[in-house]
Design a protein around this ligand. Sequence first.
Ligand code: 3HC
Ligand code: NAI
Length: 700
Amino acid sequence: MKKLSQSVSYDARDGVAVLISNNPPVNAMSYHVRQGLVDGLEMAQGDEDVQAIVIHCEGRTFFPGMDITEFANPNVPEAPTTTGVIEKLESASKPVVAAIHGTALGGGLETALGCHYRVAVPSAKLGLPEVKLGIIPGAGGTVRLPRVMGVQKALEMMTSGNPISAKQALDEGLVDEIVEGDLLTGAIAFAKKVVSENKPLAKIRDLEEKLEGARENPAAFDDFRKSIARRTRGFKAPEAIIRSVEAAVRLPFDDAIRNERELFVECQNSPEARAQQYFFFAERQAKKVSDVPKDTSTREIKSVGVIGAGTMGGGISMNFLNRGIPVTLLEATQEALDRGLGIIEKNYASTAKKGRITEEDAKQRMSLLTGSLDYQALSAVDLVIEAVFEDMDLKKSVFERIDKICKPGCVLASNTSYLNINEIAAVTSRPQDVIGLHFFSPANVMRLMEIVRGEQTSKEVLATCMKLGTDIGKVAVVVGVCRGFVGNRILSARMRQSEDLLLKNAMPKEIDQIVFDFGFPMGPFAMRDLAGLDIGWLREDTPDKDTNIRHLLCTRGRRGQKTGGGFYDYQEGSRTPIPNAEVEQLIEEVSKNAGITRREIPQEDMLKRMIYAMVNEAAKILDEGIAQRAAAIDVIWVYGYGWPTYRGGLTYYADQIGLTSIVEDLERFSKEYDPELEPAPLLRELAQEGKSFREYGGNP
Ligand code: 3HC
Ligand code: NAI
């Protein structure tokens, strides 16, 4: 074996040259990988004994694309570019086979598309996720993929960024063979077959047939634009991808490649791309807890108990059933249990009907679910998640009971949204095993899980839950104990401002529109209608009953979408909010009764009040150590509340605006509108020192 560069080696076996990349942790295509590939190709072509070439990666994956850390590093040599490497592969005089395992993503898949043939193991995934980084595939992906898969499917894959399985790739002609046994052995055998059968040097650039349909029907691009408009609102890259594919259909291959390059550079230089690339690393940073090293021991979670079969308990259970982990669902009454089990069954039936899982899957998942009214049923489970009503006394009584019943070592978790985990842990004899696992609704869909670390939670329990989060497909972020933890605490800060605006300045529609236009999927009032206005409603104990608009709406039976109306009306089967004149009249009356003269204020102030109140709360959260780093806050708000990733995240956005200017605005707002908006000490401190949130400890 000959070493060609820091990461690439060359090995010739039985007439086949193997170029092996080993660039841990994920074989990103750093410049030395690209250089090694170019050198290896040259060597293989110059070697008379070599008849074919295989590209293989060691470690956990095939190339997952360009080395993203090089994007912002001017000191790294640009040449050879990925496009240059791919051109050399495609024009090689001997057949080149890509041997794919793990994930072939971005420039990695583009490299594979430059090879003459591709083989993959069954577990491999192939995708072009550049859109998630705010860029477009920039090494021929937008020009080659439609030539293989057709325009529609290629557009879907590139604008979603989601990978496909090896089996799908085989069906689409993206890979030529699935290798069941050892990948390298299979790839070499495939390469030999190409030689012995005298197969051509197949070049994707020469394929035209799959482009014909779109050439005859260019309007299909506009139809596609419309179909993705809602989910891509505010993002730049999806439109650039469509434009690049349009050009790929219209222009000769080399011109289309040049055009793709221009669009790539345009995207790469955009603030959206910088924000999304920041977020990529933020997400990975947020997973790390400084005093819990990677090798911390974990407990095995093979069975789970969930207490409470309501909105959250049902959704939480599904996470485990979906991963083949049996769940015992415990309820207080048979009626509530039957309802809870029925909803889960209905959910699976509907997913099966949509074709997302098979009937067999649905049955198998339900077979892992056992309902019970008896706490003894939890005696042998490895983890219990409590999801009963949000009531401290009730939660304490539940934890006292499970403390007596559950086996030693069982992790005892609460899904509380706001309550103090330390207080809950204190009623048990094993506070080290108690933790918060705060899922978001709908719990089987939402990716975020806040892991609430109590004062006494052990590192082993914490590490167990972090691993569990990954195992069930969640984005798990560790937070500390305070009212509402990170996400809901910041939400409360925004809510306070939106309610104040409602009382003094504007109607729900105007306030929601501002937040929607900023990039959120919906505004605060539409969001409350969706969640249900009676969540956390204290009914008779509500303070200021006459001026509390939520209370007044609830007492009028307007409890949100589920009752056909809340702040807005909703037509049967529709989630579109329609302003209601009576609600607006009620709001005006409430203002009047409270002695408030309503007045218009600039929209800019309205937006800033809501967003900067969140920024201010974020600073307090960091100062108190509730979040370990600013990146964690950004991840929570993106995955839990729909913060637009093209704005990076809450604290990233604040850094872009500049903390000095935010402090100035908050000072003015605290005098003009709400004393609560007084800038937090940490925010002032950072502003005075000319620093950003990113510079405040451990951020990417
Ligand atoms: N460049 C640089 N570093 C990368 C990287 C990349 N492309 N992909 C992953 N890493 C780093 C991560 O930051 C992380 O570093 P850390 O350990 O210091 O935090 C480490 O590799 C492990 O990554 P993950 O924690 O994400 O590991 P997983 O096993 O969960 O996932 C993966 C592996 C599926 C490959 C995932 O990392 C991933 O999706 N990577 C990015 C893929 C991507 O976006 N590719 C497109 C790149 S842009 C491009 O190719 C442009 C081209 O069109 C010209
Ligand atoms: P829910 O009212 O839908 O369900 C609670 C269930 O608990 C009911 O079915 C009830 O019968 C059952 N229950 C009550 N006492 C019980 C007992 N002693 N033993 C067994 N079961 C009992 O409530 P929801 O919305 O599911 O909330 C549950 C918890 O999750 C709360 O702490 C809430 O704050 C939290 N949460 C709620 C979110 C939401 O959006 N609904 C989001 C995140 C957390």
